[in-house]
Ligand binder design. Structure first.
Ligand code: 5GP
Length: 198
């Protein structure tokens, strides 16, 4: 059986990584899609598991060679989803979760209509600001840019299939897992079982 794509978007600092890490740790059939980016790595990030950190030139080569499912520019850097590992993992029946900003998410939906788009919302912009400050890994200027982008991203949530509210991480993890389970139980996903059985 083929795996499904779950695309998470939401403002920088809303806690997407925390939610995804928890969901991945709790399931052995979910894989994280590691993105490529031209931005500098931050302290604690590991090349090949946080991101594939590449130069702008290498990124442009990946675009030219059609190696990406989607890509977008986000506050001055390229971010994109390598296609080959996703194809491979889905073929092996793994569900894929990914963290993609809204332009890339919409490109994925256009290319793979059965992909499930989930927007992670914070209880307030101030909650996002506080998380970015606590994270302490972006400059004040970069933070302002990310906050501006956050306001715009929230205005784009309408086209998403689901909205998960991250006022509390446990709650958000439960909501995302419930979405994933429900999507796997859809008739279109399960009908073949009945056809095989009866
Ligand atoms: P950060 O620099 O905080 O790690 O990520 C910045 C933004 O890039 C986040 O909103 C994240 O969702 C987005 N992002 C991460 N990977 C990808 C990707 O592969 N494609 C696109 N379009 N956006 C991504």
């Amino acid at each position: 059986m083929k795996g499904k794509l779950f695309v998470l978007s939401g403002p920088s600092g809303v806690g997407k990584n925390t939610i995804l890490n928890r969901v991945i740790a709790a399931s052995d059939h979910v894989r994280y899609s590691v993105s490529a980016t031209s931005r500098q790595s931050r302290p604690g990030e590991v090349d090949g598991s946080s991101y594939y950190f590449v130069t702008r030139e290498r990124f442009e080569e990946m675009i030219a060679q059609d190696e990406l499912l989607e890509y977008a520019e986000y506050v001055g850097n390229y971010y994109g989803t390598p296609l080959a590992p996703i194809r491979e993992a889905m073929k092996d029946g793994f569900d894929i979760v990914m963290d993609v900003e809204v332009i890339g998410a919409k490109k994925i939906k256009a290319r793979v209509p059965e992909a499930v788009l989930v927007f992670v919302a914070a209880s307030s912009l101030d909650a996002v600001r506080q998380r970015l400050i606590a994270r302490g890994d972006v400059s004040p200027e970069a933070m302002e840019e990310r906050l501006k982008r956050a306001v715009w991203e929230c205005s784009q949530a309408e086209g998403y299939d689901y909205i998960v509210l991250n006022d509390d991480v446990d709650h958000a993890v439960r909501e995302l897992r419930a979405i994933m389970v429900a999507e796997k139980c859809k008739t279109v996903e399960r009908i073949h079982l009945l056809k095989e059985e009866f």
